[in-house]
Design a protein around this ligand. Structure first.
Ligand code: SF4
Ligand code: SF4
Ligand code: SF4
Length: 575
């Protein structure tokens, strides 16, 4: 099977919306990349229901169809005819002008699937009349057919053998209208491609959405001229794209003689599972016809539609078609005139489909693995196992544990576990921060003491500087005194010389005194040198002390600020 629904994983934000709406347990696989959860498709399990396309707001999910190939083939001269799903009438107001444009590209004829829907209704009624009223599940919807063929094989025996309206139209074109060209579908449904590939009659699935995108991208201006469908008018088949369209059509012809139940949207998968259960125990409760559609508003807002239309606008359009059809029937057909025409011209067996199963086996798991998964999810007790907030995309924690056990989801995708992990880490950080705060306070008090010591040393160095200054003055005094003593001793020597023999002894004393003065002057000069060195050293010490003082102060302020912030963080954090 080709991959119709695709993933652009770069844009996936792990919001789990796709997981929530996917009817298949294992079709979405959550994994972690660079600390972020992402969700990818397992194509081997996807039924192309398109639910994830609708809910992914990040452009991570997108689909592919055959529009580009269809246009390219047309332009290169390939002969193509088309049929258009009845939802076209509500999706393209200007559909008859669209037909003129398509014809201008080379499209041969264009058929209305409403006619195929009428054939489908006719074929169902005739089949039931022929085989007796046994329970049948309708199959206009390929996503539901995929669901049964891939994941619920036990329902195959109930799956309607009658072709879908589109395939009824294609068979009608080929066998009864002699259309020899390739056939393209103008369709509201992405999954139709699977039906076309499986049955081989239709070559292209051209969705409304992609065709619109193509037209916008290529600035296509539709011609003013309108062109009608090529087939004769249909009846109530135009109601098929709305939920219960088949039911309404069947009841129009047979009244309430047959019980027809209906279901659509996400609920339909649950209903089908209940159908299966009921078939095992009390099949008499099942309706003769179960009219099912994958999309909540039917094909009018199908997976291949632009979805920008108001539902009441659609319903009003449907009602207009209903009224026109009934009116036309009253005028043109006698009761069941259309069916009579079908009886006369069509063979029921031409509209019967054969199915091929493509069974997907679910990943087997044991209760023990589920228990292990609960533990990996951090869910040890009953309360946490029933938290079921749904953030992981699962309805219950049990479902999540099953998916984790199957390996299609990861514990880190559980919001509650992530919250618990964050809280635990937060508590650990808090404990660490408390320890840090104590250390900060110790460092702060040590720094404070160092600061005091530095202040004391700065003041001591100041004292030393004053002492040296004093010392310098004393040296200067000594130098002055020794100069004076030198002069006095010189004078005394002169006087001693003048005194002759009597002054000899005095001259000796005067010499000695001059010697002493000289040696005092020498000592003073040496002391001055020492003092100058001491002064320089003190200046250097002073400078260093200033730097130390500045650094200690700044460290004190920084540590103080960090301690304040830690305190604040601790007091403002949730406990
Ligand atoms: S819906 Fe799915 S694919 Fe899209 S962003 Fe969310 S998790 Fe990702
Ligand atoms: S298309 Fe449907 S089945 Fe496939 S992944 Fe999306 S939601 Fe699931
Ligand atoms: S608690 Fe976790 S596993 Fe349970 S539903 Fe919420 S996110 Fe999912």
């Amino acid at each position: 099977m080709r991959n119709i629904i695709n993933n652009s994983l770069d844009s996936c934000v792990g919001c789990n919306r796709c997981v929530r709406v996917c009817p298949i347990d294992e079709a979405n696989i959550a994994y972690e990349e660079n600390g972020r959860v992402k969700v990818r498709i397992d194509h081997s399990k996807c039924i192309a229901c398109g639910n994830c396309l609708t809910v992914c707001h990040h452009g991570s999910r997108y689909f592919e169809d055959d529009t580009e190939r269809f246009i390219k083939d047309l332009r290169s001269g390939v002969q193509i005819s088309m049929f258009a799903g009845p939802a076209l009438k509500s999706n393209f107001e200007e559909y008859e002008r669209l037909f003129t444009w398509l014809h201008s590209l080379g499209v041969k004829s264009i058929y209305d699937v409403s006619l195929g829907a009428d054939i489908c209704t006719w074929a169902h009624i005739r089949y039931i009349q022929k085989n007796g009223p046994k329970p049948i599940i309708s199959q206009p919807c390929p996503a539901i057919v995929n669901y049964i063929l891939m994941h619920r094989n036990d329902l195959l025996k109930y799956l309607s053998p009658v072709h879908s309206p589109m395939l009824c139209t294609a068979v009608f074109m080929r066998k009864y209208e002699n259309v020899k060209t390739k056939i393209a579908a103008l369709s509201p449904c992405v999954a139709k491609a699977y039906e076309f590939d499986a049955t081989g009659i239709v070559e292209y699935n051209v969705t409304f959405k992609k065709l619109r995108e193509y037209m916008e991208k290529n600035n296509v201006v539709l011609p003013t001229k309108a062109t009608k469908f090529d087939n004769y008018d249909a009846a109530l088949g135009s109601l098929y794209p709305m939920p219960g369209g088949l039911k309404e059509s069947v009841e129009h012809y047979v009244g309430k003689a047959l019980r027809v139940d209906k279901s659509e949207g996400l609920e339909v998968y649950k209903a089908l599972d209940e159908y299966l259960e009921c078939s095992k125990t009390s099949s008499s409760l099942l309706p003769v016809l179960f009219d099912v559609l994958n999309c909540g508003h039917g094909c009018n807002l199908g997976t291949g539609c632009t979805k920008d239309i108001d539902i009441f606008k659609i319903n009003a359009k449907m009602d207009k078609l209903r009224q026109e059809s009934i009116k036309k029937e009253n005028i043109e057909y006698t009761t069941n005139e259309l069916f009579k025409k079908f009886d006369d011209t069509l063979k029921l067996e031409d509209f019967i489909r054969k199915y091929t199963l493509c069974t997907v086996r679910p990943v087997p798991i044991t209760q023990e693995q589920i228990e292990q998964a609960f533990i990996r999810l951090g869910k040890q007790d009953d309360k946490s196992r029933h938290f079921s907030c749904g953030a992981c995309g699962n309805d219950t924690c049990y479902e999540m544990a099953v998916r984790v056990a199957k390996g299609v989801n990861i514990p880190n995708n559980c919001a509650e576990k992530t919250h618990a992990d964050v809280k635990r880490e937060h508590d650990e950080i808090k404990i660490l921060s408390r320890g840090n705060l104590e250390s900060f306070e110790t460092v702060l008090s040590e720094t404070s003491r160092i600061k005091e010591m530095v202040d004391g040393m700065v003041s001591n160095v100041g004292d030393i500087t004053s002492s040296i200054t004093l010392y310098d003055r004393m040296i200067m005094d000594i130098e002055r005194i020794s100069e004076k003593v030198n002069i006095i001793s010189l004078n005394a020597s002169v006087e001693a010389a003048k005194a002759g023999q009597h002054g000899l002894a005095f001259g000796v004393v005067a010499r000695e005194i001059r010697g002493l003065a000289q040696s005092s002057a020498n000592s003073a000069a040496k002391t001055k040198l020492v003092s100058e060195k001491a002064n320089q050293a003190v200046k250097l010490v002073n400078k260093s002390m200033e730097t130390i003082d500045k650094n200690v102060k700044s460290s004190y302020e920084n540590i103080s600020a960090v301690a304040q912030q830690t305190k604040k963080a601790l007091s403002s954090n949730v406990s």
